[in-house]
Design a protein around this ligand. Structure first.
Ligand code: AFP
Length: 355
């Protein structure tokens, strides 16, 4: 391997040359996020060798925190406290915005899920961090919840890290998606996956199938078509995956395509889905769209949803554009009152609900 390869640092410098209005303060913020992710990667890699001395509780989501949830959040706060560019942060692990001390002029807001997929930690499966960068309102002075309630189209950067067999950081600044792999020997993220693109076609879908009885008709119709494979209306066989770690699902889709679904369901009518809009759906949707994919609630483009609260949940259907668009068409037909049937010589006009 050549000694000198592009790194996250040289990429950010080159970005400045390519895009004159690229704010060096934003580059500085991305570098602070990089530092936080390196510390989290080190903590995660310790696995059961770690003897964390932190108190845990139930977070704002009503979820039992794991020690690494708390540690990862603290690492982000410490890395952000030293940055000049940040007015405040919102985290999955904290109820309200956290003001960065002494930074009343920061031009950016950071929103993050410090450890996504943490229910996989005890299983030694891939987990990650998801982050999103927004502009702070001029003269805001201090971070208020309403400052963060911007649609996903307002994001100026988004990314996620994967703490897996290798540690990776995937980043978009609004001009494509690029993947960096951590060279642990020198402690540097190396540009290994420039210009990631999602194939428009796929034969692979990801959904937690145990929720099938709670799904709306369009999702049940789509999944049943895939399950019928060659003998069904799609005429080809499909594969299914479910890692229960969104960062791993999205990275797989960036590499070989696919459709990821965590749709609205009736399991808990008070929740619009499981995933959170600000620090899961929006950053992942920006990345997926920047890589040529699509991201929808089933009824609208995720990036155009106007947030109403910091921790609101949203249905998520994202990945290969042609498959997202197919499922959106099923929602549209369903909402027009049309019955979703299989149009195929084998099945005639069989409704998904006919026995
Ligand atoms: P945790 O962070 O609580 O493990 O949740 C992970 C997640 O938000 C997302 O990364 C997964 O895609 C999804 O939840 C898995 O949900 P299920 O556990 O219901 O399959």
């Amino acid at each position: 391997m050549p000694y000198h390869r592009a790194t996250l640092s040289t990429f950010l410098i080159d970005e400045r040359r390519r895009t004159p209005d690229f704010d060096p303060e934003l580059a500085g913020l991305i570098k602070d996020v990089e530092v936080a992710c390196k510390y989290i990667a080190s903590a995660v890699s310790r696995g059961s060798l770690a003897e964390p001395k932190v108190s845990t509780g139930v977070n704002i989501q009503g979820e039992e925190q794991k020690p690494l949830d708390v540690i990862a959040n603290e690492m982000f706060l410490q890395a952000c406290d030293s940055t000049e560019q940040l007015l405040g942060v919102v985290s999955e692990e904290m109820e309200g915005p956290h003001a960065i001390p002494r930074k009343r002029s920061g031009r950016y807001l950071l929103v993050y899920d410090p450890l996504d997929g943490s229910s996989n930690l005890d299983l030694n499966l891939t987990v990650g961090t998801i982050f999103s960068v927004l502009r702070a309102p001029e003269g805001a002075g201090e971070p208020k919840p309403e400052h963060f309630l911007q649609p996903g189209t307002s994001q100026v950067a988004a990314g996620f890290t994967l703490y897996g067999p290798s540690v990776m950081l995937v980043l978009t600044l609004g001009r494509g998606v690029h993947g960096f792999t951590l060279d642990r020997e020198v402690g540097t993220f190396i540009l290994t996956h420039p210009d990631l693109r999602i194939p428009e076609e796929t034969r692979e879908f990801a959904v937690n199938a145990s929720n099938e009885r709670f799904w709306e008709a369009p999702v049940r119709h789509y999944v049943e078509e895939c399950q019928l494979g060659k003998s069904g209306p799609r005429g080809v066989d499909f594969n299914m995956r479910w890692v229960a770690s969104m960062v791993a699902e999205v990275f797989r889709i960036l590499i070989r395509g696919g459709l990821f679904m965590y749709p609205r369901d009736t399991k808990d009518p008070s929740k619009a889905g499981r995933l959170r809009l600000l620090y899961e759906a929006n950053p992942m949707s920006m990345i997926v769209e920047q890589a040529g994919g699509a991201a929808s609630t089933g009824r609208e483009r995720i990036l155009e949803v106007k947030p109403s609260s910091l921790h609101q949940r949203i249905p998520v259907i994202l990945g290969s554009r042609n498959e997202v668009e197919r499922l959106v068409r099923y929602y549209q037909a369903h909402d027009r009152g049309e019955e979703l049937t299989f149009k195929s010589p084998l099945f005639g006009n069989r409704s998904v609900f006919q026995s």
